[in-house]
Structures are given as structure tokens and as C-alpha cells.
Write a protein that binds this ligand. Structure first.
Ligand code: SF4
Length: 373
């Protein structure tokens, strides 16, 4: 089978795209001229940027590298410390895998390996992340395709079909296009073009490859790629126990896997559609921690839309004895001034803030300031 892209067209795309990149691109803290990139920093940025917008990612990236400036620092940290810094970014499995991969890379390779195959074998590395790190940090000729690249290349080559077929075709096209020289610059230029010019509403008049674009020529640039069919979100209600003593609240650590894995929270339980939140909470805390609570009135509610779920958290005041917490259970009383230091989901942070007036009214907390900022 011959090449997917005729060489003259490929050459023209490379020339125009790299010239556009070199003429000026956004100055982001994880951008390095080809050949000078720190692989660890490239990798951390790529992981944070999955599912996170650039403006949100920047302060997290800076904070993360301030605390863990090298792969060895990250590998030496506890999972809890890593989750604490990740708190609020969501998709916490990313942080757990980042941490696991840092340990494995250090143990097996003494650092991040340069080869695409070895990167792909590390926890959390899919072909996108392995391709990005291999090309940007190690100048390997590997493609990397994110949502931006799918948009740009599916338009440039008028690729149509179902999302999976389009994505596979784009991977094949990207694999042919990526040059041996400056593969990292090329990959970043494609992503940058998708982010800044070829967005959902493309600005073709500003595009460096507009004369080479098949979708634009066909007047179909807004129709490609087809919008994904939205998935119905599942409703998820969780009952949360508010166990307070003087200026402290009881927090529990969630198991490592699953939703909000490894984060701290008011001890909680998923409530089924026919179940009563108070009963579920009482039974669950006894079964999981051998900890008795007597749930009383509802104190606060928070609703959040997650990627695949409509989440509702309901906090119940609970009577309980915290003089002796069950041995070995992941439960601890946390003082108000330390709650902000704990790894919490954004939804749980919001719920804790809703509880501030109640805590103040009972003289537990002196100030009405947020608990978590
Ligand atoms: Fe996107 Fe328009 Fe450029 Fe085509 S010409 S790649 S549709 S911005």
C-alpha cells in the first residue's frame, strides 16, 4: 500500500506548519525549544493537560514542580502527598498512575526511558503520552494525537466516519506526517493549531495550511469531525457523615481505586434510589470501619456535574463517639485549620464550605472563612 499523504503535500504541510510555529506560539511554562526539554516536566505537563484546560493547568503545573522538582522527588513522595497537590484537578487516577510510573521508571530505568516502547510499558502511558514525551523530550519520530490533532487532521484530509474510525485514520496520517527532524515541534504545532485556530469554530482566515485543507475547500470545516453523541449521565447520590468535635471534623480516606480514589472526605456512602441516606450511612460506616454513628438532620447539599455522572452529596449531622476511633481504620479528626491541606475532591470542598455556617453557629469554628482555601 502506498503512502496516505503524497510527498509534495506532506512537504508543504510540514513547511507551513513549522514556519507558523517558529513565527511565534504561546509561551507556556512547559514549552522548550526542541532538544532542550526536561522529559520529566514534559511528562507532568502532558498528564495535567489531559482533561484540563491550559489556564487551569498552569498554576497546578507550577505548584506540582515546586513541590516535586524531579522524578526522584515524585517517586519518594507518598501517594497522599501527590493527591493533595492534585486536589481540585479531578481525574485522580491520573495522579495515582503518575506517581506509580515515577517509581517504576526510577526503579527500572533510573529515570524516564527515551524509547517509545519502554515509555508505553509504564503505568498511565497510552500511545498519546508516550508519543508526546518521546517526540518532545527525546526527539523520537513518534506521532501524538489528542482531540486537537483529530480536529485539525480530520479537516485537513476530510476524514469522515464514526469517532473510532476517524481517530485511527488520524493516527495513521499523523504517523506519516511527523518528520524525523523536529518531531516534537511538529506535534506541538499541530496541537497548538487545534487549540488556537482550528477550534470548534475554525478561523480558517488565520490558518497557515488553509490552501491545503480539504474540508475548507469543500466548505465542510464546521461539519468535521462529527460531534460525538452525548452519553446520558448516571445519577449518583452520596450520604456524608458530619461528625464534629470542638474545632475538628471526622474525615475518611477513600479506597485507592474508583471514584475519588485515595482522597479524603466526610465519611460517605452511595445511596441507592430506594434507600434512605441515614440508614445507609449508619450501616455502611459500621460495616466498613466498625464505627457507630447515629445520623440526624440534613445539614447541606451540593450538586456537581462530573463527566459521566450527576453527583449529589448530602451531609447529615451524626452523633458518634470519637474518643477512640477504630484501630487501623482510615479515619481521622482534622482540625479546621488543617482541612485545607488535605487531598479532597472539588465537590467535597464545596460541601465542607456549605457547612461553615453550621459549624460557626455552634461555636465550633471561630471564623466564617472557607474551610478549604
Ligand atoms: Fe482548520 Fe480551517 Fe485550517 Fe482547515 S483551514 S485546518 S478547517 S483552520
Amino acid at each position: 500500500m502506498g503512502p496516505l499523504v503524497p510527498s509534495a503535500r506532506r512537504g508543504a504541510i510540514l513547511r507551513k506548519l513549522l514556519a507558523w510555529w517558529n513565527a511565534g506560539h504561546r509561551d507556556l511554562p512547559w514549552r522548550f525549544p526542541q532538544g532542550t526539554a526536561d522529559p520529566y516536566r514534559v511528562w507532568v505537563a502532558e498528564v495535567i493537560l489531559q482533561q484540563t484546560r491550559v489556564v487551569t493547568a498552569i498554576p497546578y503545573y507550577r505548584r506540582f514542580l515546586g513541590r516535586f522538582p524531579s522524578l526522584a522527588d515524585l517517586a519518594a513522595a507518598s501517594e497522599e502527598e501527590v493527591l493533595e497537590l492534585w486536589s481540585g484537578l479531578g481525574y485522580y487516577a491520573r495522579a495515582r498512575r503518575l506517581h506509580a510510573a515515577a517509581r517504576e521508571a526510577l526503579a527500572r530505568h533510573g529515570g524516564l526511558p527515551a524509547s517509545y516502547g519502554a515509555l508505553l510499558a509504564l503505568p498511565g502511558f497510552g500511545r498519546y503520552t508516550a508519543g508526546a514525551v518521546a517526540s518532545i523530550a527525546f526527539a523520537q519520530r513518534t506521532p501524538c494525537v489528542d482531540g486537537n490533532v483529530v480536529r485539525v487532521l480530520s479537516r485537513l484530509f476530510l476524514v469522515e466516519g464514526g469517532p473510532r474510525a476517524v481517530r485511527e485514520r488520524v493516527w495513521a496520517l499523523a504517523g506519516e506526517l511527523v518528520p524525523r527532524d523536529l518531531p516534537g515541534d511538529f506535534n506541538q504545532a499541530l496541537m497548538e493549531l487545534g487549540e488556537t485556530v482550528c477550534g470548534k469554530l475554525p478561523r480558517c482566515e488565520r490558518c497557515p495550511v488553509t490552501r491545503l485543507c480539504a474540508a475548507q475547500r469543500a466548505g465542510r470545516e464546521r461539519a468535521i469531525p462529527a460531534a460525538p453523541v452525548p452519553r446520558a449521565r448516571q445519577r449518583l447520590e452520596m450520604a456524608c457523615a458530619v461528625v464534629a468535635r470542638r474545632d475538628s471534623l471526622l474525615l475518611a480516606r477513600r479506597p485507592s481505586g474508583g471514584l475519588f480514589g485515595g482522597l479524603w472526605e466526610l465519611p460517605s456512602v452511595v445511596v441507592g434510589p430506594e434507600e434512605d441516606g441515614r440508614c445507609s450511612l449508619r450501616d455502611s460506616l459500621w460495616q466498613r470501619f466498625a464505627f457507630r454513628v447515629a445520623p440526624r438532620e440534613e445539614l447541606a447539599t451540593v450538586e456537581r456535574t462530573l463527566t459521566h455522572r450527576e453527583l449529589r452529596l448530602v451531609a447529615y449531622r451524626c452523633k458518634a463517639s470519637v474518643a477512640t476511633l477504630p484501630q487501623g481504620a482510615p479515619l481521622r479528626m482534622v482540625r479546621r485549620d488543617a482541612i485545607g491541606e488535605v487531598a479532597l475532591s472539588s465537590a467535597m470542598r464545596a460541601l465542607l464550605d456549605e457547612l461553615v455556617p453550621w459549624c460557626c453557629a455552634r461555636g465550633r469554628f471561630g471564623s466564617r472563612d472557607s474551610l478549604v482555601r
